[in-house]
Design a protein around this ligand. Sequence first.
Ligand code: BGC
Length: 761
Amino acid sequence: MPDALAPTSDPAWLVRHDGYNIVTESAVESRLALSNGFMGMRASRAVSRGPTWAGWLGFIRWASWPRCYIAGLFDTPNTDPPVPALVPVADWSRVRITLDGEPLLAREGQVLASYRTLDMRRGVLLSGWTHRTPAGITVTGTEMRVLSQADRALGLQVLRMSLDRDGVDVHIEASFSMAGVGMEPARLEPDLGAWHTEGNYKSVAMACAPTLRIGDTVVQPARPFPLRWTWYMRSQADQVAELDRIVAVSRGDSPMSDPAPEASDALSRGRSVGWRAILAAHEAAWQDRWAAGGIELDGDDDLQRALNFAVFHLTGAANPDDERVSVGARALTGDAYFGHVFWDTEVYLLPFYTAVWPEAARAMLMYRYHTLPGARAKATGIGCKGALYAWESADTGMETTPDHVVGPDGKLIEVLTGKMEQHIASDVAYAVWCYWRATGDDDFFLSAGAEIILETARFWASRAVLEADGRRHIRHVIGPDEYHEDVDDSAFTNVMARWNIERALECVDRLRARWPDQAAALTKKLDLSEAELADWRDAATRIVTGLDPATGLYEEFEGFHKLEYVDLAAYADRTMPIDVVIGRERTQRTQLVKQADVVALIALLPEAFPDGTAETNFRHYEPRCAHGSSLSAGLHALVAARLGDKDMALRFLRQAAKADLIDNPATAGGIRIAGLGAAWQAVVLGFAGLDLASDIPALSPKLPPEWRRLAFRVQWRGRRIALAMNGSAVQATLEAGEPMPLRIGSTVHTLQPGATVQAAA
Ligand code: BGC
């Protein structure tokens, strides 16, 4: 049997970090973080980390940022401005070792070797180290950490350790590190802790059972405090002590709920099968997820590994069983953006989940359904109708964008996105529509999806105001390009708004035709009159889009073309974002674009760019984009790939997929998961040219010549399809489900169950 604590030999599945460096440590902890969509855990070292209580002093860098998170566990800390943030829970990985009375600390003696390796195929974090203490004792250890994909309540740590000599007094202490826990203890028992948040009385319970074995002998721990277990032994050279710790976690969402029994039950479940069975179930679950969502790429090993990294974090971020949470901008891997959910989820991540894990996509969209009341309140608050989602959303759906932040120069900057970045409304509607078209999940559409699309359309119709020129304008907004604030008629915003309204009208027609009773019930519930629908039709025809019919070029927003053009080539060597280099005010006066904006529109709504105008707009906006956001490169890759510009597409794809694999201080706050989602889209929707939203799904690959084979699976309306391609040759196999059409290039084929179609695109 392979050693559970040894990494696989195939480098495509491994992300390894050797040693420890204060400058990169926080980013490494994000990069190698584990998550199962319910729990998240940064990859801080468990052993010999040393105290972590130091206060923040501006000039002192944290040597490590150990954090464990629970999805949906938000409270409002006493920050300025106070906004809800994910509450850190106790770090349950901590192990302290004392040898002859001296603590083993990384900063003392000599660390002869140390590594942390993410084995993505198995979904485990593996570490190892060899440490010679000042007293000359050599300690060797290996560790494995797991957040179970099979049973999300369970976490697991297995640690093995040996010394090079006899007769050392060894003291091992496994504990829950309480430093930095943002909650009040409610119950602390030897093997169980329960805490509640101070502000909104949410709760978490964690139950734990550690076992230390030497050979076949179980050594009994002392329990000096709750959630602290200590073992004493006298060493024998090369004798291995194995500590396994199973932890079970449960969340309570209301003041009345007591999560402790659920955590205890989960712990009993884990203990009754033991750590090897927990690991086996976890690995089997990962195997299923890789089979469903993995990308196989022959011909570029480096990119293959980066794509595995993307799918690894995308998979870890989701939880199909929890409709009350969605994926934050840094998932459960870091503190940046406080765990808030942005458009990142719907536009950058949902295409992945919809295609390969529809149950996870549905849960995230249900989160938006459950937060509709917050969206309605936000729309009403600005004098509009319908629903305007929070730009940054936490647990309740109320707007949680901070209204100011401290800028690089220490001055306060007003944050306008929470008020003005309103395209989030149609982004959510877009994801709902694409999910429904691709999955055929009518139950979701009837019980939640249609209502989201109608309410967001209603918002836009009330927001797009008729002016003297006979057109309807949407003024005072921010588009995806956040360098330009308070603009009028943002092309992205307005074209997506029009699309939102058009789809809502289509929904009404489809509902009336197929489900007249539900149509009547929903229009009654929403008090939707014929007059209002007529107003929507009017809005859809009159909304200003910024399109110049003569050139096919969209103007990013009113007046954009008149701004100063800046040649970005002159700043090619910059290491800071362009708005830091030339200043915020100057950036606002230029045509420099923060991130895919009109380019994002080309990615989302290719039909709005007929007759070569996608190319016209891409060639116009690509050179103006400063990629000041990790969201940007992946959508540029997607559009360039569809346009057949393989070199440019590959360059952007590498940038997107590797952004958190290379040393970048921005990773310290958590992995930038939207960029990883966009990398997946660039490969599957871009290079492979997959379209699942049409009634006939389609594939039109334009692969780089060095890619010998690209293969992946997707789901469509209850079917599972395996697709493989090289050059323009495509193989499509219907692995499960009823016969279905598939357009390959311009020919429509019928896929039969179990059969493979070979075709040239
Ligand atoms: C980007 C937004 C994004 C947010 C969270 C910002 O820098 O401009 O588009 O939603 O980060 O990832």
